[in-house]
Design a protein around this ligand. Structure first.
Ligand code: F3S
Length: 425
């Protein structure tokens, strides 16, 4: 790759070994993707789990770093500040309600320590997968380096920003250096549609948007889908579509004609190219996906989980309108996941009180999968034998991670299940 004078200096270690490591890693990454140069970025979205984990990325070379290594690494990295606005994906605890989710004091301390380090590096410790709603909102055409597949799809497809699907490591290296390899979604030639998805059935609720996303991922796998005959989504519907597509697929961008900034018409979405295929999404295809995901749904439900991707304030308001004055059944939990700023607003507006009085919880800073995929407190995890959710991504995640039986249904029905304590078809 062609490097500027400054990039060459970083590469030979003139700005310390941490930036040197980040530069080497980004060059290897760029070379493997065929990039010829770097471009400046306007924002990054990454992950920041623990100082030890970070030290392992930068220092380990295949071996566990010693306490002394970690200490020295901490001193060094805490002097470096990111070069661009940077936010963090959900972590492993709710920083306020850590006891409710069964986290240990040690885990809490670990997260607080890494949060303080993030602040020193000027990384915003947002711990949310919807940075595009509250904290990190790129403008049309801006280059970014984002991890979190659903957020990348949202940023490219609805905001017209430009990011590849970065890993937590590459997004962090990019944040520290303010650059990313110029390839993939950063180039016009890769942003045209490749296949058409013709929507021939009604998309009636949030869950249906996720099912459409899952269908696209299963049918196409890769490429840039162009949705035809699809109504305008709300922000909430758009995030369900984006989050479900990359469960079976590997997309960075889709076009909804009349919604995606680059796709005012079908022709412009394809930029003069011919679609390689057309896929029909109809009632039959929709029902088939519901049937496959809802495998053995009948029985007592242990957890009703809403907020994947994290809930907006509007979603929490809707949930409150369904749950107000009702009680969550004994033996069932109702968890609503969101970002910290939205949780704070929900408190101010009295939504938190409504959910609490019903027996549910609004949680932040993580998600079901992140909370219990971390071994330190897995033994304290709630029973997840059967989980109800309105999110396709979460449904598949709990199936894979916790072998749960899943009820995938719309938000209102999820609340009915929380109140009755089970699903009986
Ligand atoms: Fe967000 Fe966790 Fe879902 S990170 S997209 S709530 S699986």
């Amino acid at each position: 790759m062609q490097l500027t004078k400054e990039q060459k200096e970083i590469l030979i270690g003139k700005k310390g070994r941490i930036l040197q490591y980040a530069m080497k890693a980004l060059i290897n990454y760029g070379d493997s993707m065929g990039a010829k140069e770097f471009i400046d970025i306007k924002s990054a979205h990454t992950s920041f789990i623990s100082i030890k984990y970070l030290a392992m990325i930068f220092l380990s070379k295949g071996i566990q770093p010693t306490e002394k290594d970690i200490h020295e690494f901490y001193k060094e990295i805490s002097k470096i500040q990111v070069k661009t606005k940077t936010t963090i994906n959900p972590g492993i605890i709710d920083l306020e309600k850590w006891k409710e989710i069964g986290a240990s004091k040690e885990t809490r301390k670990m997260v607080i320590d890494s949060t303080k380090l993030a602040e020193k590096c000027r990384i915003l410790p947002t711990y949310s997968c919807i940075p595009y709603i509250t904290d990190n909102i790129p403008m049309l055409g801006e280059n970014c380096a984002w991890a979190e597949t659903s957020a990348c799809l949202y940023a490219n497809s609805f905001l017209g920003a430009r990011t590849n699907r970065e890993s937590y490591e590459t997004s962090l290296f990019s944040a520290l250096l303010g650059i990313t390899p110029k390839y993939g979604m950063h180039l016009d030639k890769n942003r045209s549609g490749t296949a058409l998805i013709d929507v021939q059935c009604k998309i009636e609720n949030l869950c249906d948007w996720g099912v459409l996303g899952f269908f696209s991922g299963e049918q196409m796998g890769l490429g840039v889908p162009v949705f035809k005959n699809l109504q305008r989504p709300t922000v909430e519907e758009g995030k369900q579509l984006a989050s479900a597509m990359n469960v079976p697929g590997g997309f960075s961008l889709f076009h909804i004609v009349g919604v995606t900034p680059e796709a005012p018409t079908v022709e412009e979405a394809f930029k003069g190219k011919t679609p390689k295929a057309t896929y029909i999404f109809n009632e039959l295809a929709k029902e088939d996906i519901y049937k496959r995901i809802n495998h053995k749904p009948n029985g007592k439900v242990d957890m009703v989980f809403l907020g994947c991707p994290h809930s907006t304030l509007k979603e929490i308001e809707n949930i409150c309108s369904y749950i107000k004055g009702k009680k969550v059944s004994k033996g069932t939990r109702l968890w609503i996941m969101t970002s910290y700023p939205i949780k704070a607003s929900a408190k101010r507006l009295g939504y938190d009180k409504i959910v609490k009085e019903s027996g549910g919880e609004i949680l932040s800073d993580g998600c079901l999968n992140m909370y219990y995929s971390y071994d330190a407190y897995r033994e304290n995890m709630p029973n997840l034998s059967r989980v109800a959710t309105d999110s396709v991504k979460q449904a598949i995640n709990v199936k894979r991670s916790f072998r749960s039986n899943v009820v995938l249904t719309d938000t209102e029905k999820c609340i009915e299940i929380a109140v009755s304590g089970g699903y009986y078809d």
